[in-house]
Design a protein around this ligand. Structure first.
Ligand code: MRU
Length: 345
């Protein structure tokens, strides 16, 4: 199956990304030339989605390393540590960010004092590209495994964008959708619009429509009605961080969808690579939840929609308890209860 979308590309001395803030109206790109620019793009959500954030952070360290190959080892290694610190500070909930940066730190730590910066930079670039390639492979695998869940005539509901645009190109929750389509299965997708930044309405709708998949956007509050009326057969969502108990964080609104799916008896699956599992966290309440600017809630496409003096509160993620999850689809297979034992296996 061809990669549906290419949200990130390593150009040798810069990182090219699709600026997702332009979608769906325009497809524009940004060339990022140092760790600061990559960190800015992650923080401002020019790119987003936990796996893509991890890949971009790794490439951010790699591109920064290119700028310091002629420096002394001491300066080079200090710059690399600063780059890692800066990138770590961008999005606190996305588990893949910390996972990818730990891998980059591991490469750095493998070089002795007074090593040659160029050799270390080559290794950092190699590791970033490996993280990217591995993500393509995990996407293919999750698609293959999760694709079996989608049957002829199904309606699949998804929340936010856990598609190609949130990863190296195949997606997590949308990877099974692409595979089912490639297998010739007829089905439809309902995409929650996903306020406040409308990742469902803008991004999921854009990428699925481009792939010729039957996609219908619904407002977030409609998903509960569709589930209770039997209009949905399967829910597929991604995850930003999964704990060892199976509680997981995903885009704000996921918890409500999970509750409604459970009440309606509709299977609710989380599709995520094992790199999203944080083995250091036991339960959902341990996951740090990002709070973003109120203006993301009060302003839509440049137009203020709330009274001037009324504040807004903008938690970007919520935590869904493990008991609402039917199963996790990772690149290693389908994981069912008991999650505590099976996620670590
Ligand atoms: O704030 P975002 O757009 O980065 O949030 C993205 C999500 O919540 C996704 O569902 C999650 O990162 C999984 S993406 C494959």
């Amino acid at each position: 199956m061809e990669v549906p979308v290419k949200p990130i590309e390593w150009l040798g001395d810069s990182v090219r990304i699709i600026d997702q803030r332009c979608l769906p109206d325009r497809e524009c790109h940004l060339d990022l030339e140092d760790a600061g620019e990559v960190a800015g793009a992650i923080r401002d959500m020019a790119l987003r989605g936990a796996p893509l954030i991890g890949i971009a952070a790794a490439m951010g360290v790699a591109v920064e390393s290119r700028r310091w190959v002629s420096a002394s080892w001491r300066d080079f290694s200090l710059r690399m540590e600063d780059a890692v610190q800066l990138l770590r500070s961008t999005r606190p909930t996305a588990g893949n960010l910390f996972w990818a940066l730990e891998r980059m730190k591991g490469v750095l730590a493998g070089f002795p004092e007074e090593a040659v910066p160029r050799a270390c930079s080559d290794a950092l670039v190699g590791e970033a590209l490996k993280i990217y390639e591995e993500d393509l492979e995990t996407g293919r695998e999750m698609g293959r495994i999760g694709g079996d869940l989608i049957k002829e005539g199904f309606a699949v509901l998804t929340h936010c964008n856990a598609g190609g645009l949130a990863t190296s190109g195949y997606g997590t929750a949308l990877a099974p959708v692409y595979v089912a389509r490639a297998r010739g299965i007829g089905f439809r997708v309902y995409a929650d619009e996903t306020r406040p930044l409308l990742q469902g309405a803008r991004l999921t709708a854009w990428e699925l429509h481009n792939a010729g998949i039957d996609v219908t956007v619904i407002c977030d509050s409609a998903s509960h009605l569709l589930l209770s009326k039997g209009m949905v057969d399967l829910v597929l969502v991604g995850a930003d961080r999964i704990t060892v108990s199976g509680d997981f964080a995903n885009k704000i609104g996921t918890l409500g969808v999970a509750r409604s799916a459970a009440a309606a008896g509709v299977p609710f699956y989380v599709v995520a690579p094992t790199s999203t599992i944080d083995f250091a966290l036991d339960r959902g309440e341990d996951i740090p939840i990002e709070e973003r600017e109120a203006s993301e809630v009060t302003v839509i496409s440049g137009t203020r929609i709330t009274p001037l003096d009324v504040p807004a509160y903008n938690p970007a993620f919520d935590v869904t308890p493990a008991e609402l999850v039917t199963g996790f689809i990772t690149e290693k297979g389908l994981v069912t209860q008991p999650f505590r034992a099976n996620l670590s296996g």
